[in-house]
Design a protein around this ligand. Structure first.
Ligand code: CTP
Length: 404
């Protein structure tokens, strides 16, 4: 494997030669790219000696073989690790700024695994802008290797220490070979079908019946499955979300019927289906051609007819070896309703969230879930970003397949 290690100006840069050594010892090729501030903490000679390769740090240095390393290096690398990652580089990544060799390379590096190892003092770590930037990176499928707690260079104790090189190596290296230690089986090559967002049921040419679903949870799932090597088809209702991983096939639909048609036609070739969309249970019996006129004082009646239940349909068609996961958003008797949906719709797993948990609903960036599988295992989560919740769900799916 060809590994690019990006180094920024934090005290933990002194640990990077050890990280480089671990990759080299395991037979990987390493290329280091450092910011000028990083070179205050670790010397070019050290990095070149341990990596066995020329160091890149100056975008315009005449000594460089060519001035477009941000293009050639991103093609060379299979994987990239930024360690340590300062608040500055994290901010640049989240904002799309490229003003030196490392940040321009990061702008160009896409479609391959990218790991970021934050290291900074606790106050910086807790700064709202830094928290937001880290969440932005996570939502794009970038892996964050969390800083740990301990004694910091500034003399205080708290969260902000870069994870130890051995652990970074373990996290980065093992999934690239197919499985994550303690994290279930690999999902490489599995066909995954995901539904996301709301559906719009047309009343007339300009009005519809819909709901407040943002699609964030389904899109986070698509990114996470894709990061774990799966081939993802994402069938989504109208949403403002965008897909970042180029390997995700996105199918845009509007109504429940269109979502049903897309899912049914893809299901035969699906290994795992996760239906997180908020599908309208009913639609207007007929759609008015053009814009309806006001009906007067009497009010108006729109007759609704039931939409097909996509999840229940797939539950009936499910073959051995296919896995089906549904969602249940409940406002009372949560566990009871979720368990009954699991049975009724023929599911392997259900992800329950409750409207009673503030921050676990449509449109929020966070969620709190309970995962229940058909074997009776129950996993209760805490309030987390939707990117982290997606990791937990994908992990539970991988564990379930592993045990089956
Ligand atoms: N779902 C679906 N097609 C529908 C309705 C729901 O695929 N027409 C899926 C959702 O994507 C979700 C799960 O079914 O995964 C739960 O939907 P929910 O509306 O909670 O279930 P219902 O059976 O409609 O039960 P309720 O009576 O609570 O509305």
């Amino acid at each position: 494997m060809k590994v690019i290690i990006g180094i920024t100006g934090g005290i933990a840069a002194y640990k990077v030669p050890e990280l480089v050594r671990l990759f080299r010892k395991a037979g990987h090729e390493v290329q280091c790219v450092a910011t000028s501030h990083a070179l205050e903490f670790v010397t070019p000679l050290t990095l070149e000696t341990v990596s066995g390769n020329k160091l890149y740090s100056d975008l315009f240095a005449p000594a460089n073989d060519h001035t477009t390393e941000h293009v050639s290096l991103k093609d060379w690398g299979d994987i990239m690790v930024v360690a340590p990652a300062t608040a500055n580089i994290i901010g640049k990544m989240a904002s799309g700024i490229g003003d030196d060799a490392l940040s321009t390379l990061l702008l160009a590096f896409s479609g391959k695994p990218l790991y970021v190892c934050p290291a900074m003092n606790t106050q910086m770590m807790e700064n709202p802008a830094v928290i937001r930037n880290i969440e932005t990176l996570k939502s794009w499928g970038i892996h964050i290797i969390d800083a740990t707690e301990g004694e910091l260079a500034c003399g205080t104790t708290g969260k902000g220490r870069m994870e130890e090189p051995e652990r970074i190596f373990e996290i980065v290296c093992v999934p690239a070979q197919g499985s994550v230690p303690g994290q279930g089986s690999s999902l490489t090559g599995k066909n995954v079908l995901i539904t996301a967002g709301p559906t719009y049921e047309r009343i007339d040419a300009v009005r519809f019946i819909g709901n407040f679903s943002s699609g964030k949870m389904g899109f986070a799932l698509a990114e996470e499955f894709s990061n774990r090597g799966a081939k993802v088809t994402l069938v989504t209702g109208p949403t403002a979300q965008t897909v970042h991983n180029k390997n995700i096939e996105r199918i845009d639909v509007e109504s429940a019927q269109q979502m049903y048609d897309a899912c049914v036609s893809h299901f035969d070739s699906t290994d795992i289906a996760v239906l997180s969309a908020a599908v309208a249970d009913y639609r207007p019996e007929s759609t008015y051609d053009g814009k309806m006129k006001k009906q007067g004082d009497e009010g108006m009646v729109i007759r609704l007819v039931q939409n097909p239940d996509i999840l229940a349909t797939l539950g009936k068609r499910k073959r051995d070896g296919q896995m089906l996961v549904g969602f249940a958003l409940e406002s009372s008797n949560e566990m009871e309703y979720a368990q009954s949906k699991l049975q009724r719709k023929g599911l392997d797993m259900i992800v329950m969230n409750s409207l009673r948990d503030k921050g676990a609903c449509f449109g929020t960036d966070t969620n709190k879930i309970t995962i229940i599988n058909r074997k009776g295992d129950v996993k209760q989560g805490t309030m987390k970003s939707k990117a982290d919740v997606a990791k937990d769900i994908v992990e539970s799916v991988a564990d379930f397949l592993n045990d089956d």
